[in-house]
Write a protein that binds this ligand. Structure first.
Ligand SMILES: O=c1[nH]cnc2c1ncn2[C@@H]1O[C@H](COP(=O)(O)OP(=O)(O)O)[C@@H](O)[C@H]1O
Ligand SMILES: [Ca+2]
Length: 495
């Protein structure tokens, strides 16, 4: 705080008089006496200092360029996010249950790449997390091998020069809630004034699928396990979220293939044929108890490419009958009425963008007609049209597209009108939509519970205020010197 000599043309306090030059200076030009010059210089320095401090105080500190690394260990892949994706192999760490050390090994190449991408001087301050999702939830459900896999992953990650924060299996609720945080954080729907409607999050993985949204009609009392409360930037959010384990698209496919007569498959293109191992189907925890007594080890999987028949088979893995709540989505799970816009990401996007069906303003009947045409296209023609696409994905697009429409329309009860409220998204403002960013923001407390102190004035307001103050102060100084000076130069009359 800068103290100014308190003197003013309106103040004739003795203190002011005594400050100024003594009588012997009478009649001389008051402006070039050393005292006046010193006072003026001090005043100007004070004003300049004030302006400098004010500008520095309000200068936006350059955002410290921070890194954070989160590994998304999904059921089918592990991705490394340092604000951009470094895809590792298309095999989830849960696939290494029988050889856990391979899980750690599978991360090495990409983590070495990450080590190059994060500036060396920031390695120690860069937090490193690994979050595992449904693939590991299923492994944990099925066996104790998940601990061995996490341990091997932990040993591998601790060898890197980052600030290792741990590897853990996320709950389905966390995966759904953090996906919602990411979508709304990137879409700037959290730090605004309260009342801005948030966007729902739809995440489709290989082993699970999540739905999360805020519903004005849902206060969490009905089915509390589906309720997550957030306080972000001073706003309270009561989020509805549910994660359907086994309803990721890969596990859903296995469940449709368990249907006994499933040798000729309408969800695969005509002419598609492959020899498959039944154990791959019945080893999944999602099908435990479904294994028929007598089955051959292998079966021939033939495609017949019929969308309507495929829809019927896909619907058979959903239970729409029992619901003990006021309303349900499927399998007896409570779901409040849908509300607002939704961002659908991960496999929702991979599938619908391949099928050119990301335009949700397209009438639903037209979407179904396009998908039916794709499903009925002969497999050889599909392979010729898409030589660059991994056949593992290419063979599954008819099923996956049909599964997505069934999940959204019959599962979550989107009406044909509400379908246009869904946006199939991969990125928002150059960041991938997914749970990882929300997870890291939460763990690094980068989203404050309370609103940051909103500046009374915008930055420019501060500068102009300070400048005006400085000019006024300077004028004040000049005015102060003159009348006092005049008055001071006269001998005080002794009465
Ligand atoms: O390019 C692609 N085309 C089609 N599907 C893809 C592509 N890339 C990834 N996927 C699928 O997206 C899903 C990603 O699932 P993820 O590995 O996140 O599992 P999780 O979230 O269930 O743990 C998997 O079904 C995977 O096959
Ligand atoms: Ca996932």
């Amino acid at each position: 705080m800068f103290l100014f000599p308190v003197c003013s043309p309106f103040l004739t306090s003795p203190s002011c008089l005594s400050v100024f030059p003594p009588p012997e200076m009478k009649g001389k030009n008051p402006w070039n006496t050393p005292t006046t010059i010193i006072i003026t210089v001090i005043g100007i320095i004070a004003i300049v200092a004030l302006v400098t401090v004010a500008v520095l105080q309000n200068r936006h500190l350059p955002q410290k360029y921070k890194y954070g690394i989160v590994l998304d260990a999904g059921s089918s892949h592990t991705s490394v996010y340092i604000y951009k994706l470094c895809q590792i192999y298309t095999v989830g760490i849960s696939s290494y249950a029988s050889a856990p050390w391979k899980a750690g090994e599978s991360l090495r190449a990409c983590m070495q790449d990450v080590e190059q991408q994060v500036p060396k001087k920031r390695h120690r301050q860069t937090p490193l997390y690994l979050g595992a999702t449904a693939g590991m939830r299923l492994l944990k459900y099925n066996s104790s091998m998940s601990d061995g896999v996490l341990q091997a992953v932990e040993e591998a990650l601790q060898k890197f020069p980052f600030s290792y924060q741990g590897a853990r299996i996320l709950s389905g609720q966390e995966e759904g809630a953090f996906g919602w945080v990411t979508v709304n954080y990137l879409d700037d729907r959290l730090s605004q004034v309260c009342g801005l409607e948030t966007t729902g999050a739809l995440d489709l993985g290989g082993a699970s699928t999540q739905i999360s949204f805020v519903s004005d009609k849902y206060n969490g009392s009905e089915s509390p396990s589906n309720s997550v409360n957030f306080r972000l930037y001073g706003n309270d959010y009561n989020l509805y979220t549910h994660s359907f384990l086994c309803y990721g698209k890969d596990q859903a496919l296995l469940m449709t293939q368990s249907v006994p007569e499933m040798l000729n498959d309408p969800c695969f293109n005509p002419g598609y044929t492959a020899i498959k191992n039944y154990s791959k189907i019945y080893d999944s925890p999602c099908l435990s108890g479904w294994k028929p007594q007598k089955i051959p080890t292998h079966f021939t999987h033939n495609g017949t490419g019929n969308f309507q028949q495929c829809q019927r088979i896909v619907k058979s893995i959903f239970n729409f009958t029992h619901c003990k709540y006021s309303q349900c989505s499927f399998n007896g799970i409570f779901q409040p009425s849908l509300q607002g816009q939704f961002g659908a990401f991960s496999a929702y996007y991979f599938v619908m963008s391949f099928l050119n069906l990301t335009d949700t303003t397209m009438p639903l009947e037209a979407v179904k007609a396009k998908l039916a045409h794709y499903c009925s296209t002969p497999w050889n023609q599909i392979k010729q049209q898409h030589p660059e696409v991994n056949e593992k994905y290419l063979a599954g697009y008819c099923f996956s597209g049909t599964y997505i429409l069934t999940l959204l329309m019959e599962g979550y009860n989107f009406t044909s009108e509400e379908y246009s409220n869904i946006k199939f998204i991969k990125k928002i403002k150059d960041s991938d939509a997914g749970w990882t960013l929300g997870y890291m923001l939460n763990l690094t407390n980068m989203i404050p519970a309370e609103a940051p102190d909103s500046p009374l004035l915008p930055y420019s307001g501060y500068v102009s205020l300070v400048t005006i103050m400085a000019i006024l102060l300077f004028i004040l100084f000049i005015l102060c010197l003159c009348p006092l000076w005049t008055r001071c130069s006269k001998q005080p009359e002794i009465v």
